[in-house]
Write a protein that binds this ligand. Structure first.
Ligand code: ARG
Length: 289
């Protein structure tokens, strides 16, 4: 009988020194950002949007990524698609392939084709989802696994489709609170071993799964979750998150991460934050050549 294979050791918790990995992001300017329909609990079309402020806040986010040394490509914004700034929803790109989105709401359906065009330009093959799937909004890569949200947007059928497409475990997590309608509003990958999350957004079964997979997870409170604090972007060391998520920033700093604070309050009117604005292209050098 052969000995069981050991899982790779997780870094010890506490104020360990964290290592950043240079990333490749795709973003889309909020040139046509507006709240003209309500497809999530955050959106109220009677609240005016300050377009200049949204654009300035977004430009600061892009500058933050570039200052951290990451590559940022910009997908051209398209008139009539006011949610296109939330670029994370267009696809999941991992293992040399893109799982192109099929949006739940008709108002966003046309965004998918623009993402496909950019991915084609980058030389990345796209598998278009047969089932409703909203890219990284509901699909979060943590090391070897993909955590997959369902309940409001991405379907379980899409999780199964993705598991066949990728040679990776896809772990379904059910979301139960409409304020946290996408997985990336209530859970983020901090590195290949750990997540930060708000347990109250998940079904009891989902909470059990996250606790089993990530005993070291950082648990955020409702106040930090409600300012979209968990909609952050980590490079393994620097965690870009909203300035209002003060408690979470302190928790992360205590664990050896470096919080990098930005203000995307204008975009929060659409129900999105840092991660929603940021698609990651996970392509290794071998996959590129
Ligand atoms: N208004 C957009 C929607 O409801 C916001 C998307 C936010 N994106 C995200 N990755 N959570 O679809």
């Amino acid at each position: 009988m052969s000995a069981p294979t050991a899982l790779p050791a997780a870094p010890t918790s506490g104020a360990a020194v964290r290592t950043a990995r240079t990333r490749h992001y795709v973003v889309c300017a909020p040139t046509y950002f507006d709240v003209v329909y309500a497809i999530n609990a955050w959106m109220d079309p009677s609240t005016p949007v300050d377009a200049d402020r949204a654009l300035q806040q977004w430009a600061d986010l892009v500058e933050t990524y570039r200052a951290l040394g990451h590559r940022v490509d910009v997908l051209p914004a398209v008139p009539g698609l006011p949610d296109m700034v939330f670029a994370a929803n267009g696809a999941l790109v991992v293992d040399g392939v893109a799982y192109g989105s099929r949006f739940a709401h008709p108002q966003r359906a046309a965004e998918a084709g623009h993402h496909r065009a950019l991915l084609a330009e980058l030389g990345i093959p796209v598998h278009v989802a047969e089932h409703v799937a909203e890219g990284e909004g509901d699909l979060v890569v943590v090391g070897a696994v993909v955590l997959a949200g369902t309940g409001f947007r991405t379907t379980r059928a899409a999780h199964a489709e993705l598991a066949v497409l990728l040679d990776r475990p896809v772990v379904t997590l059910e979301l139960v609170d409409p304020r946290f309608y996408h997985l990336d509003t209530c859970l983020m990958a901090l590195d290949d071993h750990t997540v930060a999350w708000f347990p109250g957004a998940f079904s009891a079964a989902g909470q059990d799964v996250v606790r089993t997979l990530f005993p070291d997870a950082v648990e955020a409170d409702l106040a930090d979750a409600l300012v979209l604090g968990l909609n952050g972007v980590s490079d393994g060391r620097h965690v870009v998150l909203p300035v209002a998520a003060t408690g979470l920033a302190a928790q992360l700093a205590a664990r050896g991460y470096e919080p990098v604070l930005v203000d995307l309050s204008e975009l929060a009117k659409g129900g999105g934050g840092v991660k929603c604005c940021t698609a990651e292209i996970r392509i290794t050098e071998e996959e590129q050549s």
